[in-house]
Write a protein that binds this ligand. Structure first.
Ligand code: ADE
Ligand code: ZN
Length: 339
């Protein structure tokens, strides 16, 4: 089963590039850029990854992102993530980046986007990994700040396909960003939003009705609202669920308590994702494998989860069909190999 899960072609629709900053690269970039870190060793950094909630994590995550300064830094960060994708058979990815984390430190948004884009291009050319980039607004900041960020990003509009909403959810409802999302849609971007991670089901309704999102990031708290579950199932709104993240941030006490398989059984278009793999104990492969160890995940369910991600991807119908064919061929070939 574990070999099957790691070999299965997969798509990742919810990960934050800043959350793929491994402690080793954090130290390397800190040294390269002459930045002091509050830790002396990689082990000390990892020991600090013991979070009580989302905000605990975010405080560390923004601090870590401070080592990212140059175009090359953003390239190196993105390339390291793509190399992980390659080893785990992630053939398509739609990463987020948080421009405000960097522009607030005086780094030009063009530096950030150019470094990421150059790596994504190399990923396509050298690793055969397709990708679409998503610009995410920080919801603990004002809508005005998000508007300014969108304006700054417009010269690079061909480098990203959607806007998202992340950071501290409680107290920062989707409604706060209704106008900037409307502007983004008017400019031709798709929309997604983190909702129902720590926040209530009401935030998922708002993301759908006010932000007109194509996918909900997380959404696991939708299970508290039967009418919402019914709608998500009926409209086949994809949920980008992040199992290891939810355990590390204490949304669920342990993985065996996670509701991902219930949501799948209720007919929702659920997908598996890593969120912030350097901070939460693993990439896509580890998420699937830990699920198979701690939940009654069947092979058919794993294939369904992967199938859902290709269907929910922001790519053309032809690209979707080609990726789904790769998944089908893999499943057929695996069966024929007698495994
Ligand atoms: N930024 C990075 N990871 C996040 C998460 N899981 N929730 C909200 N904001 C984030
Ligand atoms: Zn996230």
């Amino acid at each position: 089963m574990e070999h099957f899960l790691s070999s299965m072609p997969k798509a990742e629709l919810h990960m934050h590039l800043e959350g793929s900053l491994e402690p080793e690269l954090m130290f390397e970039l800190a040294q390269r850029n002459g930045i002091e870190l509050p830790w002396d060793t990689v082990d000390q950094v990892r020991a600090a990854y013991n979070f009580g909630n989302l905000q605990d994590f975010l405080d560390l995550y923004y601090q870590g992102a401070g080592v990212l300064q140059t175009e090359q830094d953003f390239y190196d960060l993105t390339w390291a993530y793509l190399k992980q994708c390659e080893t785990q058979n992630v053939i398509h990815t739609e990463p987020f980046f948080d421009p405000q984390t960097h522009t607030a430190r005086g780094i030009d948004i063009g530096t950030v986007i150019s470094g990421i884009d150059r790596a994504l291009l190399h990923g396509r050319e050298q690793l055969g990994i397709s990708s679409r980039l998503i610009l995410s607004f920080l919801r603990h900041l004002s809508e005005e700040d998000a508007f300014r960020t969108l304006e700054q990003a417009l010269p690079y509009r061909d480098k990203f396909v959607a806007v998202g909403l992340d950071s501290s959810e409680a107290g920062n409802p989707p409604a706060k960003f209704q106008r900037v999302f409307e502007k983004a849609r008017h400019e031709g971007f798709l929309t997604v939003a983190h909702a129902g991670e720590e926040g209530p089901p009401e935030y998922v309704w708002q993301a759908l009705d006010l932000l007109k999102v194509s996918r909900i990031d997380h959404g696991v708290r939708a299970s508290e609202d039967p009418a919402l579950i019914e709608r998500l199932a009926r409209e086949q709104i994809p949920l980008t669920v992040c199992p290891l993240s939810n355990v590390r941030l204490r949304v669920f006490r342990s993985l065996d308590q996670h509701n991902i398989l219930q949501l799948l059984e209720q007919g929702l278009k659920v997908t598996v994702n890593s969120d912030d793999p350097a901070y939460f104990g693993g990439y896509m492969g580890e998420n699937f494998i830990e699920m198979s160890r701690q939940l009654p995940l069947t092979r058919d369910q794993a294939v369904q989860l992967s199938h859902n991600a290709f269907e929910a991807a922001f790519v053309s119908d032809d690209e979707k069909a080609a990726m789904l064919r790769r998944l089908d061929d893999f499943v057929t070939g695996y069966g024929n190999a007698g495994a």
